[in-house]
Design a protein around this ligand. Sequence first.
Ligand SMILES: Nc1ncnc2c1ncn2[C@@H]1O[C@H](COP(=O)(O)OP(=O)(O)OP(=O)(O)O)[C@@H](O)[C@H]1O
Ligand SMILES: [Mg+2]
Length: 227
Amino acid sequence: MNTIFIAGTDTNIGKTIVTGLISSILKDQGYNICTQKWITTGYKKNSNDIKTHLSIMKSKKIENENLTMPYCFKFPASPHLSAKLGNRKISINKIKNALKKLSSKYDFVIIEGTGGLFTPITNKKVFIDLIHELNIPVILVIGNKLGAINHSLLSIEAIKNRKIKLLGLIFNNIATENKKILNSNIETIKKISKAKVLGILPKTKNISMLKKCLKNSILNFPINCHS
Ligand SMILES: Nc1ncnc2c1ncn2[C@@H]1O[C@H](COP(=O)(O)OP(=O)(O)OP(=O)(O)O)[C@@H](O)[C@H]1O
Ligand SMILES: [Mg+2]
């Protein structure tokens, strides 16, 4: 088990940043790390999530894009729609094979989700189906804002129902809302879900500061991940 799936409560809530930070922390621990994004929509060659991971990790381009980004679509929408509008079909086997190749070469493959757990890959399959089939442990990034309690508890319930391993939660305080709401969200989600909290990130563009916030809870992380 050398893969971790970075899921989010929604799109645009910090999955890319967290994927880059975790990969960077594991890289500092001496592990050989690769990130992967199964499906990218709204794809731009010069700025995409894999490029951001690499920049946070201070790494050069490390792998063939066919493996790290098996599917890229220009239209910015849910993968099933972006694929349809690009006259393409998504093959689950192609995604599985790309992951298999990467996980045989690297100590860890950190996969960033697209949207949330129930984002459709095809008309028949959503992301959580594939995570379940492949038995990949999950870290849930919570975009902490009004509505986060509901999004988080629904995601956690779906993870638990499928007996997928939940490694923990990372709260990303992206919103400018009242601190009372953000703090209460964290306490409420912790109490109701009883899930482990791996980190709470402040709203800042300072990557070193964000990395420090995760570093302590992710020390010994690979060991926990294998248990
Ligand atoms: N803690 C934070 N403080 C300030 N800005 C943040 C923080 N986390 C994320 N952001 C910013 O919010 C935006 C969305 O973050 P990010 O790209 O990581 O989200 P995502 O969940 O990966 O989105 P997508 O669903 O498009 O992949 C980016 O501009 C990012 O720089
Ligand atoms: Mg992203």
